[in-house]
Design a protein around this ligand. Structure first.
Ligand SMILES: [Zn+2]
Length: 327
């Protein structure tokens, strides 16, 4: 039987986006339409508890949508951290507090359907190629900027993993030797400079240093500050915010240039919470990219239309990426 025969018999799969704070899942058809989408907080009390809640969520969706598991082709799971998709093991995930968890077997046992797992950012890249505007693209770099920063590198239509399964983990490349400490133990990693929490922290430090408002006033005002607010403050003319945004855009533009020159992909696609939170993020980035491309002929293609884009799939890319894993 050909793969297309199986596909035509069972066009529906379940995509599950497993995050550190919430799990989102839905039924996904061949065109990438979502059905019965549900989310719930991630139970990270134990790996068992996390697996239980993932399985419960899947079964609940099947039940509510009145669809039998026999009608489902399989389940795809996108998981943060290091993943061994061949053995179906979650090797290490700081967010989920996982170490060597047999995700595939355990989910199959609980739900009774074939299961495929992959790192969430790598899955998202495949989702972009399968369901997004990058259909048919053979070489692509997907760059996620949210609480964490990571890239997925697709070459010749396949995820490039590397020798240690860490190809794409550029969030932990040191880009500023005087930069702040990173969760990984390093100093001045890209993630410690341009992730959502890093943008807010940088702005707060600059604001406190400028002493135009008292520290107490400032803390009272911005205890729930987000990257979006920093970008909006920059647009409104706040100096500390402007400096923050300029630095973030510069570090990111440099990283993108490096990736573009190292792999020379057909396109670079951005996604992640920080990117979706405000169009100002991409606008500011492209301003710096334009400068880079005008300065050096080697980087001229960086500012060509559609070379660097934001995924049109938005937040659904997590579920769609997971769905794209199912053969
Ligand atoms: Zn790091």
């Amino acid at each position: 039987m050909h793969r297309s025969d199986i596909g035509s018999q069972k066009p529906i799969v379940v995509g599950v986006d497993v995050g550190g704070t919430k799990i989102a899942a839905a039924l996904v058809d061949e065109e990438g339409h979502l059905r019965g989408c549900q989310t719930r907080p991630t139970n990270i009390l134990s790996p068992e508890a996390t697996l239980d809640s993932i399985a419960e969520l899947i079964l609940e969706i099947l039940n509510k949508e009145n669809i039998k598991s026999a009608e489902i082709r399989g389940i795809g799971l996108g998981i943060p951290g290091l993943v061994d998709p061949h053995r179906g093991i979650g090797i290490a995930s700081v967010n989920l507090r996982w170490e060597n968890v047999f995700v595939k077997d355990e989910i199959q046992k609980r739900v009774g359907l074939p299961c495929v797992i992959e790192n969430d950012v790598k899955a998202a890249a495949l989702g972009e190629i399968r369901y997004g505007k990058s259909k048919g693209v053979e070489s692509l770099i997907y760059l996620n900027i949210g609480t964490g920063v990571a890239a997925a590198i697709v070459l010749n239509g396949k995820i490039h993993r590397g020798q240690h399964n860490i190809a794409g983990e550029i969030g932990h490349a040191v880009v500023d030797i005087h930069g702040p400490r990173c969760q990984c133990g390093g100093r001045g990693c890209l993630e410690a400079l341009i992730s959502g929490p890093a943008i807010v922290r940088k702005f707060q430090e600059k604001k406190n240093r400028s002493r135009k408002t008292s520290l107490a006033e400032f803390v009272a005002e911005n205890h729930l500050l987000s990257p979006k607010e920093v970008y909006e403050a920059a647009s409104a003319g706040d100096n500390a915010a402007r400096e923050t945004v300029d630095e973030v855009s510069r570090f990111l533009a440099n990283a993108i240039q490096f990736l573009a020159l190292a792999y020379d992909p057909q396109r670079i696609v951005l996604g992640g919470g920080v990117v979706y939170s405000t169009p100002l993020f991409f606008e500011n980035l492209m301003h710096v990219i334009k400068q880079l491309s005008e300065e050096s002929w080697v980087s001229r293609h960086l500012s060509e239309p559609d070379f660097i884009t934001v995924t049109q799939l938005g937040k659904d890319i997590g579920i769609l990426g997971a769905a794209a894993l199912v053969p």
